[in-house]
Design a protein. Structure first.
Length: 487
């Protein structure tokens, strides 16, 4: 394999701003300059600027890649911004690596920032670009008409429903499962405490994470506030992906980390249509594809960063990889979105940068995952300090994808009759009262239905995991009453 066709991450940069009021582009610029400070000869080789889509507010967010390129003085017209999704940074790396391996690109800057703590728009430094940056990536909305009809849209409500499936499978009540999740997540806080760019660098005990208190209320069963991704951050990160030949010419080959392989896949798109809400064949396809393409297994990995917007995302990835949740290698290099910081779509850029830094220090191989929407779209990548025997390999997951898509269940928008609950949560208001209790259930004819609790049912559902319960569904949009089930 020729060195000009072997992709590497040659430079990385990260930043955190706890006290100022930067914009998202300000943060990306700071991170990119930090990356180029370590590899100055690569700045004038950048042929593409890829900006991770900004979640926070700002009327100028339509052309962040162009604004960043202008600020940095980069001479390229190839500028783009991604759709929504925590998978997008790894997807961008996979695509950049494939283009380098095919000779279609030489050096790509991938950058992003989130300034939700600032709560200020991304004001440009100079003229506002007249044209928006081209948008790349999968732009499908995350939920369908069944979820939308009952207002089931927030990640903080849908992810706990997926968690309820894990709790039921383990035979745990919500309270018991919270204690388990506290033990799962406490090591994440330890990792965040060691990271210079973590938003919350504080070690917490399992009890501090799991025990409901005035400042750690239950948002939606079984999750407390400290189990949710923390979005109110000012963080930025940047990666410079180039060829080994160009890294060598720039004098940074010795610190470059190889992009060994990459893969992507999606689960059945709408959560309500998935046949098994306790598994993720999309994660299995993406991670399995990336590992196989690299000629490695999970046992060969020195480091992992499993996407961690909510605990169930970590659990599902661990299940599909065959990892124990207390694997001695750890499941995060940053501390995860609740503790390192949930920098919108851009968290994985931080994770990749940190993975590169950790591999430089200790060598070996690392596997990283990213996901978008509701465990919907997935990207995985394998990074290594050892040159991959076949160069970069983009895994072909088309066969797995076809099989996943074929499993989608029909979802009813209106229904009447008995149903069995497959996933559920109880959402609480700030005063501790039950505000809603959505379920995904299977009707007698095999169709799925998404339903909210009838108003008179709400108070009795506090603390209850309804998975496996029998309910009576009626109306459009559907509501339910409990007939027989867990208490």
């Amino acid at each position: 394999m020729q060195d000009d066709r072997i992709p590497v991450v040659a430079a990385v940069g990260q930043t955190v701003d706890r006290d100022g009021e930067p914009s998202a582009v300000d943060l990306a610029e700071t991170a990119a300059r930090a990356a180029f400070d370590t590899a100055p000869k690569l700045a004038d080789r950048v042929g593409r600027v890829s900006f991770v889509g900004i979640v926070g507010p700002g009327p100028y967010n339509h052309a962040p890649a162009s604004e960043l390129a202008t600020r940095l003085g980069l001479d390229t017209s190839d500028r783009e911004v991604t759709t929504i999704g925590g998978n997008t940074p790894q997807w961008l790396v996979n695509r950049a690596a494939a283009d380098i391996a095919a000779g279609r690109a030489e050096t790509v800057l991938i950058a992003g920032g989130e300034a939700m703590k600032s709560k200020r728009p991304a004001r440009p430094k100079g003229p506002v670009p007249e044209q928006p940056d081209p948008v790349v990536g999968d732009d499908r909305f995350g939920v369908g008409p069944a979820e939308t009809a009952i207002g089931l849209i927030l990640p903080a409500h849908i992810y706990p429903m997926l968690e309820s499936v894990q709790a039921a499978a383990a035979g745990r009540s919500h309270a018991e499962h919270r204690a388990f999740l506290g033990r799962l997540l406490a090591p994440f806080t330890e990792q965040a405490a060691k990271h210079p760019c973590a938003w919350s660098p504080e070690v917490r005990t399992p009890d501090e994470l799991a025990e409901p208190t005035e400042d750690n209320r239950i948002i939606a069963e079984p999750y407390t506030k400290r189990m949710n991704a923390f979005l109110n951050v000012n963080q930025g990160a940047a990666l410079v992906v180039t060829s080994l030949a160009r890294a060598r010419a720039a004098g940074v080959a010795d610190s470059a980390v190889f992009v060994a392989s990459g893969a992507g896949a999606t689960d059945v798109w709408f959560p309500s249509a998935r046949p098994h809400l306790g598994r993720s064949p999309g994660i299995a396809a993406a991670t399995g594809g990336a590992l196989t393409a690299a000629g490695l297994t999970a046992d060969d990995m020195s480091l992992f960063d499993l996407y961690s917007c909510f605990p169930v995302a970590v659990e599902l990835a661990a299940i599909e990889l065959g990892l124990a949740v207390d694997d001695a290698r750890g499941l995060t290099v940053t501390g995860g979105l609740p503790y390192f910081g949930g920098a919108g779509n851009n968290y994985v850029t931080h994770a990749i940068a940190t993975m590169v830094e950790r591999l430089r220090e200790g060598g070996g191989h690392g596997l990283l995952t990213g996901l978008g929407w509701y465990v919907s779209k997935h990207a995985a990548g394998v990074y290594s300090t050892t040159p991959p025997a076949r160069g970069f390999v983009a895994a072909d997951t088309s066969g797995e994808q076809e099989a996943i898509d074929a499993t989608a269940l029909e979802v009813a928008l209106e229904a009447e009759g008995p149903a069995t609950v497959e996933a559920a949560t109880v959402v609480y208001g700030r005063d501790g009262s039950v505000s809603s209790a959505p379920v995904i259930a299977t009707l007698a004819d095999g169709r799925r239905v998404v339903a909210g609790a009838a108003p008179e049912e709400l108070a009795s559902l506090a603390g209850v995991n309804l998975v496996g319960a029998r309910v009576e569904v009626a109306g459009a949009p559907p509501s339910y009453r409990v007939v027989d089930g867990p208490s």
